[in-house]
Design a protein around this ligand. Structure first.
Ligand code: PAF
Length: 281
């Protein structure tokens, strides 16, 4: 496995593969890797000839009170995990390599689907994601790009601008990887205290209960209220509990496939999760 830290170096490493028309798979990450990221790399390994993983903590997607400075940077450990998972090239640029010295005057902003859910609490976040992902797509020029369904809204935003801007690649969404107790794997789980870590699976349990209640015919509004109540009772401060269509349109009845979304804070850690549910009958 090679590690490249410059755009030029990465191009030199990838040029032979491009010339040989190899299929290039790309997994963008911010490092601090866990099984969720590694499942993306394994999926890429299955589908592609060359697997590139970027590790870049992107400053422009963090709000002023978010954890950019403290975000864990664990390149050595990440590199070892990536080599074992079958990555060919790690791209780990500096902020200066990605953004240069002169000010950036171009923004990429996806409307409507970024305006609520996580977009409400994190203004500008999805613009920051759209800019860096577009830059990475242009730098790596992959055939396939892999993203986790855990960040469902992010995945929907990326699919949208790839379609809107005719970016020539296919976006692949990979299912959520969960701990044994159901907690969705996330780099931010590491911020939880021992006690909070024990409470955190209540999110998944309340989503599973919701799925069962919906399949038994309970009203969607009641099901959402029950999730909120269960989380509040367990000590979470709920940001949102919402139901949407898979394309993120608002919905108030369970008469088609839906996605339930939860964002809630446990202490100072904000956790998100989601579950796709199809009517059985
Ligand atoms: O999901 C992430 O880790 C980041 O938002 C991404 C897609 C790597 C962009 O910085």
């Amino acid at each position: 496995m090679k590690t490249e830290t410059t755009i030029q170096g990465l191009a030199a490493s990838l040029n032979p593969a491009r010339a040989a028309r190899k299929i290039i798979g790309f997994v963008p990450t911010m490092g601090n890797l866990h099984e969720g990221h590694l499942s993306l790399v394994r999926e890429a390994r299955q589908l592609c000839d060359v697997v590139v993983v970027s590790i870049f903590v992107n400053p422009i997607q963090f709000g002023p009170n978010e954890d950019f400075d403290n975000y864990p940077r664990t390149l050595e450990q990440d590199s070892q995990l990536l080599a074992e998972a079958g990555c060919d090239i790690v791209f780990a640029p500096s902020v200066e390599q990605m953004y240069g010295k002169s000010p950036r005057l171009t923004n990429i902003s996806v409307s409507e689907i970024t305006e609520d859910l996580c977009g409400l609490q994190r203004p500008g976040h999805f613009d920051g994601v759209a800019v860096v992902v577009t830059k990475l797509f242009n730098i790596v020029q992959p055939n396939y790009a892999f993203f986790g369904q855990k960040d469902y809204q992010q995945l929907a935003v990326i699919r949208q601008f790839v379609r809107d801007l005719n970016i020539p690649l296919e976006v692949i969404g990979v299912p959520i990887v969960r701990a044994e107790d159901g907690l969705a794997l996330s780099s931010r789980n590491g911020y939880l205290s021992e006690q909070e870590r024990k409470t955190a699976p209540v999110i998944y349990q309340s989503l599973k209960n919701a799925e069962q209640a919906l399949q038994q015919g309970e009203k969607l509004s009641e099901v959402l209220a029950n999730i909120k109540a269960a989380l509040t009772q367990a000590g979470f401060v709920v940001d949102y509990v919402e139901a949407r269509t898979p394309e993120l349109q608002k919905i108030d009845e369970f008469n088609q496939e839906i996605v339930l979304f939860v964002a809630a804070k446990l202490g100072s850690t904000r956790l998100i999760d989601n579950m796709q549910i199809k009517p059985t009958a």
